[in-house]
Design a protein. Structure first.
Length: 423
């Protein structure tokens, strides 16, 4: 669980970093765009005021009445001569000499800039004065400064910054909570896969260890008595040989299941006659059924042409019939029905065997699952057969299900399409 905890922490950290980056980027974009738009509007106002003053021949400076125009009340105008001496200002009460001297320092370059004067911030436009049409009192004017206090704009930007900062902190908190929740959800399938893998490895190790132990034990017994003949030790050799065969079968099944998780296709589709193959497989099991006095019958429609993998479908039928014969007691019955249903072939294998409990039925297609764990290994098999059967059916875009009641037998039902959509 420590590994999953570390993974969860990494996922939460990664999600939080990404969310923090997004929030910072969004907040900075909003802040700087708002600042840009505010200053653009301010600068346009300053430029328009300067143009109006020059077109009106600076009448706001020559007119000493108290009824200044609206733009003068909002802006401060300073008019300078070539020697950087102040000729006039409007309104008259604007700034003291100390403040005016600080504006004087910005006369060296034209354009718009922001200045901090006496604990206040101002947007300042400096432009050259056109000589044509100037009144006599202002003939020596050379530079005009249009100034506007930007404290309201800066206060609004500061408020916006605080709002964005608080929103970012809240967003980070929410992202942490959401990250924990999403990481937990994301780890659920990983945990399930990990547990399945651990169970699979443990079961596979157990299944392989048992026949290896039997083989080793019998070989050690043979080694202790080298003077005995093969006929005398035939029982031990038979035990070792049977376990070796069982281990070979188990390894083959494990390899088949390992291929089921591969991204490469494991099926070779082609047309073949399904009912002929079904009859062949049933005949292979007839002698085994007769040895237990089991009545094995088959009823199949003729000339059912199926596009599929004949080897895999044959393997599927062998698995299902092997289970049916294995779990059907002496004097039992096994019925195999095959029929064509529209664009699908339907197969039903019904036996009168020991049956499966309702609790175990949903798990019979899981790997290494055995419904009756009290049965011997030779009777119950490896528990991989039905898992392989399900994989084969799913590889053919088919469906498989089982119906069973303890003591009354089992009915296995599957369908595969006559044609594969991938071809």
């Amino acid at each position: 669980m420590g590994m999953f905890q570390k993974t969860r922490i990494r996922l939460v950290t990664l999600n939080s970093i990404i969310m923090l980056f997004v929030l910072i980027s969004l907040g900075l974009t909003i802040y700087f765009y708002t600042e840009y738009r505010l200053y653009v509007e301010l600068d346009n106002t300053l430029i328009q005021t300067a143009e109006n003053q020059q077109s009106d021949q600076f009448e706001d400076f020559s007119n000493k009445s108290t009824g200044e125009r609206e733009e003068v009340r909002r802006n401060i105008l300073l008019l300078w001569d070539p020697n950087q001496q102040l000729l006039a200002k409007a309104p008259e009460e604007a700034f003291n000499m100390m403040g005016i001297e600080q504006f004087k320092a910005s006369l060296s370059s034209e354009g718009v800039k922001t200045l901090a004067i006496q604990d206040h911030f101002y947007r300042v436009l400096t432009v050259s004065v056109k000589k044509a049409g100037l009144p006599e009192s202002l003939k020596s004017a050379s530079v005009l400064q249009v100034i506007q206090n930007i404290e309201p704009e800066r206060n609004m930007l500061n408020s916006l910054f605080l709002v964005l900062l608080m929103g970012g902190l809240v967003g980070v908190g929410v992202s942490l909570l959401m990250g924990c929740f999403l990481a937990q959800k994301a780890l659920v399938p990983i945990k399930n896969s990990w547990h399945k893998q651990q169970t699979f490895v443990a079961n596979a190790s157990h299944e392989l260890r048992t026949p290896l132990t039997v083989v080793q034990a019998n070989l050690e017994l043979l080694y202790r008595h080298p003077e005995k003949t093969i006929e005398e030790e035939s029982e031990k050799i038979s035990f070792a040989l049977n376990e070796a065969k069982r281990m070979t079968k188990l390894v083959a099944e494990l390899l088949t299941l390992a291929r089921s998780g591969s991204v490469e296709p494991e099926f070779s589709f082609k047309y073949f006659t399904f009912d002929i193959m079904l009859n062949e497989v049933v005949e292979q099991f007839r002698w085994l059924a007769q040895s237990k006095n089991i009545e094995l019958s088959v009823s199949a429609d003729e000339k059912i042409n199926v596009m599929g993998d004949p080897d895999r479908l044959r393997q599927l039928l062998v698995i299902l019939l092997d289970n049916a014969v294995k779990y059907t007691p002496v004097d039992g019955k096994i019925n195999v029905l095959c029929r064509q249903q529209r664009q699908r072939v339907e197969i039903i294998i019904e036996d009168t065997g020991i049956g499966i409990t309702e609790e175990d039925l949903p798990y019979i297609f899981d790997r290494f699952f055995r419904a009756d764990k009290s049965r011997t290994r030779s009777e119950s098999g490896s528990g991989l057969g039905l898992s392989i059967a399900k994989w084969i059916i799913e590889g053919h875009s088919g469906i498989i299900r089982a119906e069973s009641k303890p003591g009354q037998g089992t009915k296995l039902y599957f369908q595969v399409p006559l044609k594969q959509k991938t071809l």
